[in-house]
Design a protein around this ligand. Sequence first.
Ligand code: SR1
Length: 325
Amino acid sequence: APAAAPTPSAFAKGEVRISLVRQLSSGDYFEQWLAGAQAEAKAVGVTLEVSSGEGNNDKQALNLQQAINQKASAVIVDHGFAQTIQPAIKKAVDADIPVVAFDVDPGTTEAVTIDQDDHQIAEQALSALKKDTGSTAKVLYVYVAGFAPLDRRNETWTQFKKDNPGITQAAQIGVVNSSTAAAVADQAKAALQANPDITAIFAPYDEFAKGAALAVKELGLQSKIKIYGADISTADIGVMTEAGSPWVATAATDPSNVGRIAVRAAALLVAGEQVDHALKVPPALVTQERLRQGGITNVQQLVQANPDLSTPDVARVPWAAPSAG
Ligand code: SR1
């Protein structure tokens, strides 16, 4: 392996503070993402200062303003609604603070953006739905507008319905809050009872898919309805592989890997290094069948079986050892 480059002095002296400004923090996805970001912060030698709006967009914008006031070395904006967060991002840019924007439109070309290729996420899950249903299905769709990744997945769903006239949307539900899965489960139960011809659920966020799985189970519809989701966690793998689980496929990245990339990108910007303007982390389709066949019970085993889920060369930091994933 090539020798590591010398650590820039601000990093060696422990002077670099990266502020992670989150819109949401509860749920498997966001917890894993944070764990990856924290591990990478340690590896590259920065202090990660974490705040969350807990779903309150005004609070997220205030948290970003606070990071600017405290002269953070860089900020990572993790999700957020354009209307509330873009004015604060502009202030960070005007203050010459490097900005990394994950899953949010920063409204400026000055920020480095990261996403998980959400069109591909939706395409992968929907190709499994199409294959399993033979292109004929009445679908319950779970969606909440305003979240950039969900909006992009929705674009793919909209086009998919046009391209596949045998697959139609019977109903739409959706909520994002601090107990998304439970709220979606309640909504899904009502929608499934009102639409007994539904045979598939497209739920492209793991909290949505978990809620949908709970509803299907509680209504005893496991043999009739299949769920196609997004994201993965060790808990999700447990849900997907349990006996009779309706959640048969999910399109996912390794969230902790994405958190690592965000911190590396911010560290590189602080060091004045080159970073690609728009970073895309490719997802992989994870099926119930392959999880069961491979005896995969946690995310670590999943990444070992799918090495493409680990991307140490994306935004590699020359002075740190390659990320362990
Ligand atoms: C409420 S937005 C949830 C999504 O954000 C990330 O992109 C995850 O993939 C999750 O599905």
